[in-house]
Design a protein around this ligand. Structure first.
Ligand code: FMN
Length: 184
């Protein structure tokens, strides 16, 4: 199955990018590949720009979303919600034909604070529902104090969250397979 992975942070050393990389490794061990698409080239949404034709980076991102059967979205939490970067990317693929429609999504994320993206993920679910995305309900992957969740080699060491990542990905693959008639 075709699985797209995006993280809502542009920073080089983003913990959420590392969490996505961990999820991609887990997916691989389960026999699936996650194609990671960096959001760094996307301009800020502007309907005038859209009217003049999607910029190449936007067109590429929209094609990646269209290609996907399933998406793994890893979000940071900015002021109790998702980052502008992530919302911007979601918006670009939602207009002139909603590319998100019918996708199956697994969402996860981590913060340096104690709540691990609980509020950001609640907002993300709310956004995805209006775009006709089927969000796998549980297990929840909330990673609190994510700055402590990687060892010196970059391995993910939060055992509770690691178990949830594996459980959520299994559900994602099962759900996508059942809905699309594909996969294992
Ligand atoms: C604008 C902004 C708002 C933030 N708001 C929150 C917040 O509401 N809750 C929280 O736990 N952390 C918050 N943080 C801290 C992030 O959890 C932290 O910067 C984290 O490392 C971001 O994810 P990243 O490492 O993937 O870039 C905020 C950070 C920024 C830059």
């Amino acid at each position: 199955m075709n699985i797209l992975g995006i993280a809502g942070s542009l920073r080089k050393d983003s913990y959420n990018k590392k969490l996505l990389a961990h999820a991609a490794g887990v997916a691989k061990s389960l026999g699936e590949d996650i194609r990671i698409h960096d959001l760094i080239d996307l301009p800020v949404y502007n309907a005038d720009v859209e009217a003049a034709g999607f910029p190449p980076a936007v067109a590429k991102f929209r094609e990646a979303v269209e290609w996907a059967d399933a998406v793994v979205i890893v979000t940071p939490e900015y002021n109790n919600s998702i980052s502008g970067v992530l919302k911007n990317a979601i918006d670009w693929a939602s207009t002139s034909g909603n590319k998100w429609s019918g996708k199956v999504a697994a969402i996860m994320g981590g913060t340096v604070g104690a709540f691990g993206t609980v509020l950001a993920q609640a907002h993300l679910r709310q956004i995805l529902v209006i775009l006709n995305v089927i969000v796998v309900p549980t297990p929840f992957v909330y990673v609190p104090r994510i700055q402590d969740a990687f060892d010196a080699q970059g391995n993910f060491t939060n055992e509770i969250a690691a178990k949830a990542v594996e459980g959520l990905l299994k559900r994602l693959f099962e759900t996508t397979g059942a809905l699309k008639g594909i996969g294992k």
